[in-house]
Design a protein around this ligand. Structure first.
Ligand code: DC
Length: 232
């Protein structure tokens, strides 16, 4: 089946907008596959560290991006798929602040982005795909059937991250997190290669004052309006 014939929903937006959770719930609800494209950049950052590849070594990073041995395994509830690198479960490791920050750096390199393009498109198989990222609707799947841009204020996103870290027993300052969120936004929105911007035909949703359930229902409404049917 060609990429065009498989229904694709793209959900782009900054981290902390709630898009990861919404995408996973939507994929479960529709019975579709789920692409966590941010995890690919995180896996590359981790693989580079393990193989001793410097973040300035663009050519080696691109080769690693094209060939790294990775896989995703959905669980029954569809939440938090297991992420494997070279046969090892690295689901928690790739969520560290250090890996996130390095992921943002490698994601700014056009050579890395193009090395990952085909790998991302390969996720578009029947019965359909929910693609989560920054450039899903603009670059990777420009012909997607439904495009959503999910955002929230930097303060709200920092607060969500703060709660997650406190729950994990880490001590962090909220002010420092707001600053970090702003810096990462700045880098993701102003980079030359695939900056974080809504696709022209994306529906923009601001989740600052919404619960996850509300975002999910709005998302599903958009999906339905675009004629996308759940898997039978
Ligand atoms: O969504 P995330 O926090 O897991 O993403 C990690 C980094 O990768 C983040 O800095 C943005 C970048 N990214 C990207 O540039 N393009 C994507 N499609 C997904 C993520």
């Amino acid at each position: 089946m060609s990429e065009k014939r498989v229904p694709i929903v793209t959900i782009d937006g900054p981290s902390g907008s709630g898009k990861g959770t919404v995408c996973q719930l939507m994929a479960t609800k529709l019975g579709f596959h789920y692409l966590d494209s941010g995890a690919l950049y995180r896996l590359l950052a981790l693989a580079a560290k393990r193989h001793g590849v410097e973040l300035e070594n663009v050519q080696s990073l691109a080769v690693l991006a094209a060939h790294m041995d990775i896989s995703f395994h959905m669980n029954k509830e569809g939440l938090q798929p297991k992420v494997m690198l070279e046969g090892e479960d690295v689901s928690s490791l790739i969520r560290s602040e250090e890996v996130g920050s390095n992921a943002s750096k490698v994601a700014a390199l056009p050579e890395v982005r193009s090395a990952l393009l085909q790998r991302q498109r390969a996720f578009a198989v029947a019965p359909g795909l929910i693609a989560d990222g920054r450039d899903m609707g603009t670059v990777v799947f420009p012909d997607a059937d439904a495009k959503i841009f999910l955002t929230a204020s930097p303060e709200e996103r920092a607060e969500r991250r703060y709660k997650q870290l406190i729950d994990k027993g880490e001590s962090v300052s909220l002010a420092a997190l707001v600053e970090q969120v702003r810096k990462r936004d700045e880098r993701d929105m102003n980079r030359k290669a695939s900056p974080l911007v809504p696709a022209t035909n994306a529906v923009v949703l601001d989740s600052s004052e919404m619960t996850i359930d509300e975002v999910l229902s709005s998302g599903l409404e958009i999906v339905e309006k675009n004629g996308i049917q759940p898997r039978q």
